[in-house]
Design a protein around this ligand. Structure first.
Ligand code: F6P
Length: 307
C-alpha cells in the first residue's frame, strides 16, 4: 500500500495537483484526519509493509450520517476526488459515497486475498504468497524430519487464491478452499490414499474460510483416524499481511497508483484501476464488489496431478 500511496502522491505532484492524505481510512475522513502530502512525505516508504497512512474498519461510514460527515469534510477541504485503496468493502463504501454526494472516486485494488473482480492481481497478494510459502517450506522440513502430517492454515476468509497458489508452490499433498465443497469423509479417503503412498511428509494447505472450519476444526475431525501420523496444525495468520513487499508488488502498486491519478485527470470516476493481461484497465467500481473473480480450477487439477 505504501508503494501505491507513493505513486499517487508523486504522479499527482508531477502533474501540479495537490494531495491530502487521509489517516485511518474512512474513519479518518469522518473525523477530518487529513495530512498534507508532498513528495518527501512518501520518501523511503516503497519497501515498507503496512501503510504510513494507517488503516481502520469504520462502522460509522456504513451509516448515512457517517458518510454525510465524511462528504462535508471532503468538500470543506476542496477535495475533487478520492483515491481509495482496499478491497470489496472499501469499494462498496466508495460507490455509495459517490452516489450520495457526487464525490469523484477511484479504487486501487489492495487486499492480500486477491479476490477482486477487475484485476488479475491485487496489491499485497504476491507478498503474502511469498511469506506464506517461506513458512510452508520451513514447516515441510519438520514434517519431513518427523514424518508428520501437517495442516497449514493460510488466510482467505472468502477466497482460496492464497491457499491454491501456496499449495502448488509448496508442493502440498492436498489443498482445501472455500470455492470447493470438501466433505470430511472424502478428505479422509484422499488423505489415506496420500499416506498409503509411503510419503515422508504430508502437508495439507487449508484456507481459513474453507467450509471444514479451518485447520484447527479439521484437525479435530481427523484426529481419531490419523492419530498415528502425529498430526500438527500451524495457522500462519497475520504474518501474511506484513513485511517488505516483493518487487512484483512494488511494481504493481506503482503502476496502479500512477494510473489512478491519470484516470482521474482524464475525467474517469467510479472505476477501479486493475491489471488485466499485463495492461492497466478500468472496471466500473460496482462490478468489483458485485461480481466474483473465480479461482482457476485448472490449477486445482494441476495440484492434484503433481502431488
Ligand atoms: O480480508 C483480508 C483478510 O486478510 C482475510 O483473509 C482475513 O480473514 C482478514 O483479512 C483478517 O482480518 P482482521 O485482521 O480484521 O482479522
Amino acid at each position: 500500500m505504501n508503494a501505491a500511496v507513493r505513486a499517487v502522491v508523486r504522479t499527482a505532484i508531477y502533474n501540479d495537483l495537490e494531495v491530502l492524505g487521509v489517516r485511518h481510512g474512512y474513519q479518518g475522513i469522518i473525523e477530518g484526519d487529513f495530512v498534507d502530502m508532498d513528495r518527501h512525505s512518501v520518501s523511503n516508504i516503497i519497501q515498507r509493509g503496512g501503510t504510513i497512512l494507517k488503516s481502520a474498519r469504520s462502522k460509522e461510514f456504513r451509516t448515512e450520517e457517517g458518510r454525510r460527515k465524511a462528504a462535508e469534510h471532503l468538500k470543506k477541504h476542496n477535495v475533487d476526488a478520492l483515491v481509495a485503496i482496499g478491497g470489496d468493502g472499501t469499494f462498496q463504501g466508495a460507490t455509495i459515497l459517490n452516489e450520495e454526494h457526487g464525490i469523484a472516486v477511484i479504487g486501487i485494488p489492495g487486499t492480500i486475498d486477491n479476490d477482486l473482480y477487475g484485476t488479475d492481481e491485487t496489491i499485497g497478494y504476491d507478498t503474502a504468497l511469498n511469506t506464506a510459502l517461506d513458512a510452508i517450506d520451513k514447516i515441510r522440513d519438520t514434517a519431513d524430519a518427523h514424518e508428520r502430517l501437517f495442516l497449514v492454515e493460510v488466510m482467505g476468509r472468502d477466497a482460496g487464491f492464497i491457499a491454491l497458489e501456496t499449495g502448488i508452490a509448496g508442493g502440498a499433498e492436498m489443498i482445501l478452499l472455500p470455492e470447493t465443497l470438501n466433505q470430511v469423509k472424502d478428505i479422509k479417503v484422499n488423505l489415506n490414499e496420500v499416506l498409503s503412498a509411503h510419503r515422508r511428509s504430508t502437508l495439507v494447505v487449508v484456507a481459513e474460510g474453507d467450509e471444514t472450519g479451518g485447520a484447527l476444526n479439521l484437525a479435530e475431525k481427523l484426529k481419531e483416524d490419523f492419530e498415528r501420523y502425529e498430526m500438527r496444525v500451524c495457522i500462519l495468520g497475520h504474518i501474511q499481511r506484513g513485511g517488505s513487499p516483493t518487487a512484483r508488488d512494488r511494481v504493481l502498486s506503482s503502476r496502479l497508483g500512477s494510473a489512478a491519478v491519470t484516470a482521474l485527470m482524464e475525467g474517469h470516476s467510479n472505476v477501479m484501476v486493475g491489471l488485466i493481461n499485463g495492461e492497466v484497465k478500468l472496471t466500473p467500481l460496482k462490478n468489483t464488489w458485485s461480481r466474483k473473480k473465480s479461482i482457476k480450477y485448472e490449477l486445482l487439477e494441476l495440484a492434484k496431478i503433481l502431488s
